[in-house]
Ligand binder design. Structure first.
Ligand code: SAJ
Length: 401
């Protein structure tokens, strides 16, 4: 490969780190992936995957098979270090930067002059400079002997492999040299535009993107409550309002799930408690939607002596098998906990589930008194009100025609 970066060390082999490491390996880089979980390291070294994402299995197999990707528990010397570790929140929605700090400590002994350290994890504003401070304390001179930048991941679960290459990237270094060197690196494998800015701006851009989406989904969710209270069909309202050239309302649902949209806005709120009013309220509106759905279930189930509740979908969104922070799964668990009826669950993207028996769509429809549609998977798209006329239906995604 004709560029100055040859060896890459990727810290964290989850939903972002593993696809990134594999992609770089298939582009000819020598990649050493690091994860704290021994079983993850073993699985990857066998050319297999521990997470599900379309196309990832083939990518990892070919990356490991080529000899360009290997995984380990400890970092190794490299030209570029990419940090893609989780940044969850703790307590009252305060960001938890433990994993970023641990990654910084772990790579420090391996850093050499000229190295590039890139943070990809979604992080509160100031984290890239914090990373630089940690490395400075260890004797490095960030911005001079090592370059440090933030380049947030922006890929959509379900389309990660394509979006890793095609999406525009935002690169914000702790100084100009860091920004330039990082942009140069991304330009070797990204077909989208690589846009340069400062670390702080790049951090804010990432939080802004997901907060923007959360606020817009909250608007749709609030609208669904208002229309329901007024006996108006929310889907008709949205469809017709969206015919206005400057209106584009998103879809209501049973709540907002996944590891990103329901988390990242809190980073803005926790740093700006007085100012972030809409962002906080949006989070609260979206977080309260599952309870609204539960009230519907309670009402409908109470109409039967021994209700059978057919739940369509467990995943956090359409056409994925990802159950992380899934409102659908939480609602199903709540129904079980409150013993509201016999559960019959259909999740076409899973073969089995540890806790729940899964049924075919046909069996679910046939057995259920109440149909609770929780995820707009493509398998459910042909359902019509006529087909379900014997049932009580709660369609949280508006796909039943
Ligand atoms: N949802 C709705 N109504 C909608 C759209 C989404 O209820 O109209 C729900 C989904 O069902 C799901 C949740 O919102 O429960 C989030 O789904 P999503 O598809 O909006 O987003 P994620 O979490 O899969 O990925 C997001 C993306 N961010 C944006 O689109 C701004 C992705 O590009 C980010 O890289 C990712 O977060 C991340 O990792 O931060």
């Amino acid at each position: 490969m004709d560029n100055k970066f040859k060896n890459i060390c990727v810290m964290g082999l989850g939903y972002i780190g593993l696809p990134t490491a594999s992609l770089l390996a298939t582009k000819g880089y020598k990649v050493h992936g690091v994860d704290v979980t021994p079983s993850v390291v073993e699985t990857i070294n066998e050319g297999k995957i521990h997470i599900v994402e379309p196309g990832l299995d083939i990518l990892v197999k070919s990356a490991v098979g080529s000899g360009n990707l290997k995984a380990g528990l400890q970092p190794e010397a490299a030209d570029v270090f990419i940090i893609a570790v989780p940044t969850p929140f703790i307590g009252d929605h305060e960001p938890d930067l433990t994993y970023v700090k641990q990654a910084a400590e772990a790579i420090s002994p391996y850093l050499k002059p000229g190295n590039l350290v890139i943070l990809e994890s979604t992080s509160p504003v100031g984290t890239t400079n914090l990373l630089a401070d940690i490395l400075a304390e260890k004797g490095h001179t960030p911005g001079e002997d090592i370059f440090i930048a933030y380049c947030p991941e922006r890929v959509l679960p379900g389309q990660i492999i394509v979006e890793l290459v095609q999406n525009d990237r935002i690169v914000g270094g702790i100084n100009k040299d860091s920004t330039k060197t990082t942009a140069e690196f991304y330009n070797t494998f990204v077909s989208g535009k690589v846009l340069e800015t400062t670390a702080k701006t790049a951090e804010m851009v990432k939080l802004t993107e997901n907060s923007y989406r959360d606020v817009n989904i909250a608007f749709a969710n609030e609208l669904s409550l208002i229309t329901d209270a007024n006996d108006i069909n929310v889907w008709d309202v949205i469809r017709l309002a969206n015919r206005h050239p400057r209106v584009n309302i998103l879809k209501p649902g049973p709540g907002v799930g996944g590891h990103c949209i329901a988390v990242d806005p809190w980073f803005i709120v926790s740093q700006n408690p007085e100012l972030a009013k809409i962002i906080r309220t949006a989070r609260e509106v979206n977080d309260s939607k599952p309870e609204w759905v539960m009230n519907k279930v309670r009402t409908y189930a109470s109409k039967f002596k021994n209700p059978v509740i057919g739940c369509l979908g467990l995943a956090f969104k359409a056409d994925v098998d990802d159950l992380r922070e899934s409102p659908a799964l939480n609602i199903v668990k709540q129904i079980q906990q409150e013993k509201l009826g016999e559960l019959v669950i259909c999740e076409p993207n899973l073969k089995s589930h540890d806790e729940f028996e899964l049924f075919s769509l046909q069996d679910t429809l046939q057995k259920a008194d109440v149909i609770l549609l929780l995820v707009d998977h493509k398998e459910f798209s042909g359902l019509t009100a006529v087909m379900l006329k014997e049932k009580l239906v709660i369609d949280t995604r508006g796909i039943i025609l």
